[in-house]
Design a binder for this molecule. Structure first.
Ligand code: ZN
Length: 161
């Protein structure tokens, strides 16, 4: 297991949609170990593979005492009810902006043994699912900010990165 540096906004790997994992190779096993080790730190809730430079569809989470990962996650449910809270990203460090998200989300994928993994929940869990799957699609949460906030965010990002 290796603690891997986090890629920061401006790095093209963050803007490249990740490839599905078709086969469990040693590389995929290493990726999972690195995702788990790198997310297991105070203040880190979720980490997508491309944030550590690997363009494959996987992310890890660290929610209170629950450390986990999912391969090939697909969002299978988003509630119509929404939540408005500040969101941040390890790849856009030091900045937080209010981002509207579905209040409840569910995603389904698999583990290294091919067993089904379901991650679902409200509030921070729902926010994490939407945020991390966005990463795997080559998006950053700041893309979906509402207009006046987005303008401020893009200005802040230009100044900082
Ligand atoms: Zn992020």
């Amino acid at each position: 297991m290796t603690y891997r540096p986090i890629r920061v906004i401006g790095d093209p790997v963050l803007r490249t949609p990740c490839e599905p994992i078709r086969e469990i190779t040693d590389g995929v096993r290493t990726l999972v170990a690195d995702l788990l080790e790198t997310v297991d730190e105070e203040g880190r809730a979720g980490l997508a593979a491309n944030q550590i430079g690997v363009s494959l569809r996987a992310f890890s989470w660290h929610l209170e005492d629950d450390l986990g990962y999912i391969l090939n996650p697909v969002i299978t449910y988003l509630s119509e009810e929404t939540q408005d809270d500040d969101e941040g990203c390890l790849s856009v460090p030091g900045l937080w902006y209010p981002r509207t998200r579905a209040m409840y989300a569910r995603c389904e994928g698999a583990d290294l043994d091919g067993k089904e993994v379901v991650l679902e929940g409200t509030e921070i869990v729902a926010r994490l699912i939407q945020h991390e799957v966005g990463h795997l699609d080559g998006q950053l949460y700041v893309d979906g900010l509402e207009r006046p906030v987005k303008k401020r965010a893009l200005r802040d990002i230009r100044e900082r990165f």
